[in-house]
Ligand binder design. Structure first.
Ligand SMILES: *Cc1c(COP(=O)(O)O)cnc(C)c1O
Length: 367
């Protein structure tokens, strides 16, 4: 397919850039799926065609992340933010405690929602340092026999990312992996539950992937009488995410992105490319001191690169001129200011190179 469409370099934190080949495939097959004669947008979620698409997507997710057989993969709606509620509603017991690692703005939101449900305790927080670093293992005041520990694997807004998982003993580890899911290999077996809104690294908005260890479903069964049906993990698992109409189009696109990941070498290959891309950008940030990285160096995210300039005025100029130069989405989150370059799996290395050149030129003019 020849395309004359002009695409800019899209540094958006989410919804974010998708592989061009995936977009082309969606476009090519939008009027009629091959051999089906109907659009993915028009077919029943109970049709053989859609069942096969969902099953293949799940199989590819399982293969990519090497998911053990005793985990369920769910395709839910409501975004990662709904999981902030669903996790405690299903996993937090009446007399129990849930531990929360407060490593960023999204982690804080997750804790806030859990508090509405039951006893949720912050076991470490770096909020006082603007979340510029991750809490250390030695700082975690873990509750013995907590119902679970909640962490955020990549802090999208502040630009910090766990390189190794915290140790939580035998307590179930729950991780919000929304912004670095499948950017590198993931040890699913060390988690009890993993969730991710798709719109950063997995596909479009509208579907949230939940990977849950089967033994945890017993807790949902216990709470069956009071849990809203749609919020019950066990019901969703029992019905293979088809209790009601799932987000069919979003799940289909996630399936195409999974095929793209597999064709491009899987998660290890993604990790290598992501490390290379991030190293180029952090290298430029650290080169002279004109730019200032905001995240603690060992904690720097490979997905969301946050940096600042001398003054807010200069930052505004940077954003304006970068937009004019064909870069979109470099303005930092409104909560923290500065700049943020989100460089997820599908973000092309050529875009990183172009941004580095732009940054050098900007420094020459304003340094
Ligand atoms: C984007 C994001 C969320 C919120 O996701 P929604 O799907 O918009 O609810 C939650 N956690 C993290 C880490 C995120 O990056």
């Amino acid at each position: 397919m020849t395309t004359t469409v002009h695409r800019v370099f899209n540094f958006s934190a989410g919804p974010a850039v998708l592989p061009v080949s995936v977009l082309e495939e969606i476009q090519r097959d939008l009027l009629a799926l091959p051999g089906v004669g109907m659009s993915i947008l028009e077919i029943s979620h109970r049709s053989k065609t859609f069942e096969a698409i969902l099953a293949q997507t799940e199989a590819d997710i399982r293969a990519l992340a090497n998911i053990p057989a005793n985990y369920k993969v769910l395709f839910l709606q409501g975004g990662a933010s709904t999981q902030f509620s669903m996790v405690p509603m299903n996993l937090l017991s009446a007399g129990g405690t849930a531990d929360y690692i407060d490593s960023g703005s999204w982690a804080e939101k997750a804790h806030k929602e859990a508090k509405r449900v039951g006893n949720a305790k912050v076991v470490a927080s770096t909020k006082g340092e603007n979340y510029s670093r991750l809490p250390l293992q030695s700082e975690l005041q873990l509750t013995p026999n907590a119902d679970y520990v909640h962490m955020t694997s990549n802090n999208t807004i502040e630009g910090t990312e766990y390189k190794t998982l915290p140790h939580v003993g035998s307590v179930p580890l729950v991780s919000d992996t929304s912004s670095n899911m499948f950017s590198k290999p993931i040890d699913v077996g060390r988690h009890a539950l993993i969730y991710a809104g798709a719109q950063k690294n997995l596909g479009p908005s509208g579907v949230t992937i939940v990977i849950i260890r089967e033994d945890l479903l017993a807790r949902s069964v216990e709470k069956k009488a009071t849990l809203p049906t749609m919020m019950n993990y066990q019901v969703q698992a029992e019905n293979t995410s088809l209790y009601n109409t799932p987000p069919t189009f979003a799940a289909y696109v996630v399936g195409l992105v999974m095929k793209w990941l597999i064709a491009n070498g899987g998660l290890s290959a993604m990790a290598a490319a992501n490390e290379r891309k991030a190293a180029k950008l952090y290298g430029e940030i650290d080169r002279t001191g004109f730019y200032r990285g905001t995240a603690n160096k060992p904690d720097r995210s490979l997905m969301n690169v946050t940096f600042r300039l001398r003054t807010e005025e200069l930052e505004n100029t940077f954003v304006k001129e970068s937009t004019a130069a064909g870069f979109d989405g470099l303005k930092g989150h409104r909560a923290v200011g500065g700049m943020r370059a989100s460089i997820y799996n599908a973000f092309p290395e050529a875009g990183v190179d172009a941004l580095v050149s732009f940054m050098q030129e900007f420094e020459r003019k304003n340094g």
